[in-house]
Design a protein around this ligand. Structure first.
Ligand SMILES: [Fe+2]
Length: 293
């Protein structure tokens, strides 16, 4: 795992001096939900986790990786929702996969100071390690110490770096970028520096924001989260607020850009307010397919 970057260190130090605060409009929104009696439904919705099975087809996927199943979980924010970690552990215990990706945002606040959330994160890492290799990145709510904790439990943290994965005599390049939004710690040049000509490349980045750079650098797949799928949506799943790092097209599900396929998970937890409406939490199982088989 790469050492903490100067950019991330600076922001983490600044954050530790500031008192965590929630914007006044989220408090007003929470109050309105409370008086409209739909708050309890929103809290219940936040525990209604769905497993999304997604098949992604690539003409250039190395044949050795055909049918590979990736378990992708992101935006856990465990300390925001009671019982969420138990539910996640139960569900992922039943899923078979060839590798696991963790997309960042493990805690609800940036300075989560209860030990329980870190114990829950450890439990997830340990369970996933019984299944396969596990790779992780950091999100906009994560401190570098969370990467150290996960790495200590065998998760291979990718912080502006990439590695070669081999299967059945073929290989691909898996890259992970540091958070580009709050910490502004992303570095595509460093992240891509170990790749090789004509490699099939997968980018793991917490936010969709770096899709253009990744497509230009020749990535075929971009896996991301951060948006929570909109989290508070209207009936039919109509998105009210995309978040600052995504456009409407990339707020959830499959999308494409300049020949690169992207997938944005709705994520597991919540942020700002602890409710979800018409946007259930998601655990994703992605099957990679070679289009020429
Ligand atoms: Fe998040």
């Amino acid at each position: 795992m790469r050492a903490i970057s100067k950019k991330r260190l600076l922001v983490e130090n600044q954050d530790s001096k500031e008192k965590a605060k929630n914007s006044w409009y989220w408090s007003v929104f929470d109050f309105l939900l409370r008086v409209s009696f739909i708050r309890s439904a929103g809290l219940k919705n936040a525990l209604d986790i769905r497993v999304e099975n997604v098949e992604l087809v690539f003409d250039n996927l190395p044949k050795g990786f055909d049918d590979v199943r990736i378990l992708f979980i992101t935006d856990l924010h465990f300390d925001g929702t009671k019982l969420l970690a138990d539910k996640v552990l139960n569900i992922i215990g039943t899923i078979d996969c060839d590798c696991c990706f963790l997309g960042g945002d493990y805690t609800y606040g940036r300075n989560a100071n209860n030990n329980q959330v870190y114990t829950q994160i450890e439990q997830v890492a340990k369970l996933l390690k019984t299944k396969s290799r596990v790779f992780g990145i950091l999100g906009n709510y994560d401190l570098y110490k969370t990467a150290e904790l996960l790495e200590g439990h065998g998760v291979e943290m990718l912080i502006n770096e990439g590695i070669c994965l081999e299967r059945k005599g073929d290989k691909l390049y898996l890259a992970g970028m540091d958070d580009p939004s709050h910490y502004k710690a992303d570095d595509i040049v460093l992240t891509d520096s170990n790749s090789w000509d004509n490699a099939f490349k997968i980018m793991l980045c917490h936010s969709p924001a770096k899709y253009k750079e990744s497509a230009e650098a020749g990535y075929s797949l971009y896996l991301t989260g951060d948006t929570h799928g909109g989290q508070i949506c209207l009936p039919g799943g109509f998105v009210i607020f995309c978040g600052p790092t995504a456009n409407r097209k990339m707020v959830r599900g499959r999308w494409s850009c300049h020949g690169m396929i992207g997938y944005t998970s709705r994520g597991i937890g919540t942020s700002r307010i602890k409710m979800r409406y018409y946007c259930p939490p998601e655990i994703t199982v992605i099957t990679l397919k070679n289009g020429h088989r």
